[in-house]
Design a protein around this ligand. Sequence first.
Ligand SMILES: [Zn+2]
Length: 323
Amino acid sequence: MKRLTVVTLAVVLCFVGLTTLAYASDPVHWGYEGDTGPDAWGDLSSDFATCATGVEQSPIDITADAVVNPADIQFNYQPSNLTVVNNGHTIQANYDEGSSITVDGVTYNLLQLHFHERSEHTLSGQPGAMEAHFVHQNDNGELAVVGAMINVGAENQAVAPVWANMPAEAGDPIAVEGATVNADEILPADRTYYRYNGSLTTPPCSEGVTWLVMTTPIEISQDQLAAFQQIHSDNFRPVQPLNDRQFLLSADVMSAPAEMAGEMEAEMSETTPEAVTDAPATLPQSGGVTSPDLTSLLFGGAGLVILIGSLAMRRRTVTNKNN
Ligand SMILES: [Zn+2]
């Protein structure tokens, strides 16, 4: 229970929806349609206000010109005993301790994985049949979510243990004796990804979430899709405005020219008070950046020092929609 601090519970349970504990602390009912659907989340509770007022919300449409980040996430995934829960919003597999990713030197522990039908992110406006989310948290309580689009195709053996044990009704987590799940096998072999800063895609829609969306989809069979739909369908939040955000990448060292470090240091020499004020208190404040958006601050503050050290960070603006 060490990592399941109160903060962890609050964030994770809010992210994944209603579980037994969440019912106790968050009685507000929300869903995916009608009066409690995504358009209404911000009005359901003052705690959910960010769903309506946030400017760095998830999911988003990943446009055709989005910058791809080379695979520099370090995955340290182990198989986990299967504990599966239908929390009323999704099917989720809680993950044993001991699996993590490392992004720009920061390690995030894998807490759980769950699924949306259809996908939440879209690629050039096109949704996938489903999307898998791998939810991680670092020691500061910050979240990083790896997303993988799911298309209909070949049967997926890696998710089969989860699919074979999906509770039809919402309830408490069920430890499935003798069954394991391996997140490493669920992810695509190609770990290239898009990176941006966003939010929880469920109430309370808290921001400051590092999103790492795989460029390569995985597949499930039509039968597997149908099986999931029998339990949850349309449990996705529509895409949200990109606003001033940028897709960010950590270029590989080979292609990063030495002058890049100079550029980044120059940017760090100025601090944007607005961005600092807006940054969540938990964010490391190791450096300011000239760009006035929080995305720059997030990735600047969290990763610039490390990235500059490795001469590996490049930033590019792909879209600049201002609302
Ligand atoms: Zn999700």
